[in-house]
Design a protein around this ligand. Sequence first.
Ligand code: HEM
Length: 438
Amino acid sequence: MPPPSVPLSFLAAASIGLIACGVTWIWVRSASAADPHSDPAIAAVHFGVLAALTMGILGATHQFTPVITGRPLRSILLARATFVAWLAAAWALPLGIGFENVAVTATSGCLALLGLVLLAWNLAAPLSVRGKGTPVTALRLALLGAAATTLLGATFVGDRQGNWFVLSAHVDLAMGVLGLYAWLGVTYIGVAQKLWPMFMLAHLPDGRRAGRVAVWGTWLGAAVLAGGLAHGAPSAEWAGAGVLGIGLGAHLALLWAHLRHRRRKADLHLLFVATAAAWLVVAAGLALAGALLLPHHYRLGVDLVTAAMVASGGWLLEALVGHAHKVVPFIVWSLLRSHGGRNGPSGKPLMFADLYHHGWAGATYGTVTTGIAALCAGLGASWTPAIAVGGALLAATGVIAATNLSARPLQLLTAVRTGPVPPAAATSQRPEPAKGST
Ligand code: HEM
């Protein structure tokens, strides 16, 4: 596995990106209610999809690619360079678009292309492994999705220098579908197939076929739908949406099978994962309603499709925040142990559950869920106050999650560094995940 600083830096950046996203939605609430495709709205969208979601998913990619493939990343230095390139791109793009500075926007396109090259170079080594099953296929397809999204993004950025193309809302939507489903979504669908059995203590008799359908269906469906949207071909749009629906349906069926076979009792992680899945169902309903209404009531159709994109992002955000409450304590536990930390705040052996406050974790669930709901309602109904409330709740989520997941580990790390050396014989085995973590 890479050193803890690699995934943790991506995840810390994601929470700061979420704060920026929330603040920007408050700032641009009136402009985005008037026109969800205006530049201020596009800036807020990219703080969400790039600075928050992409940074978080890239953190998971760097952490879990070695676990899933059984091979290390090509280089840790490359991972750090990838972090810097994507972080700079993720902030430069919305700032450039929001403040109408074409030079900054152009720089963001170059940085994103650089980030893509570094990412592909680093991951190509572990992803060339054979015989490791569907999660590896998912990570390979996600890399292709990342390439398609970034190349399209760089083209859009280029267009801003000279208005070469006619970028209709349909064409813009193609990027949203590629980025959210063929890149970030497929990564989550693949990685979840490794994480859910562990976190839910669920071992399915056979989930491999559903897992394959989920990965391939989501990726192919998103690619065909995006192609249809980009070329204005309704038959490809409907065919792609149908295949995407099959893929996402298989993902939900797999979650249901894990829930039925789990041996761990219901906990906050399960609530996050189940709510994330519910956002996917909301997104499908809104997208279908929007597509059917679009020809007759254009503005209402556009608003519903915009709300569907928010719910799609909500699916990934809710899952990311929920999994962060499992994965960050896991990484930090190993870090503390390597520094000689043996005991939690109560003096008992250190457990994953000691590494954050559970009441604040519950509050994070509340803010992120109501934040997504408010933003969905606000953009779906062009309702300015709801957009502002959604932004405030998303910003609060970033602040609470980052503080909650880092405060206790930092306290314990300081205590370990400044306190007496612990007796060598103290508890040395890893905590039993079934008992210690939530
Ligand atoms: C996960 C990745 C991404 C997602 C989900 C995404 C999503 C979107 C969406 C939904 C829109 C339309 C917004 C609207 O009309 O309100 C859009 C537009 C845009 N995106 Fe992205 N994007 C991603 C990555 C990128 C990258 C990497 C770049 C550039 C390097 C980029 C550059 C742009 C530009 C310039 C536009 C505006 C196009 C225009 O002028 O109409 N995006 N994106």
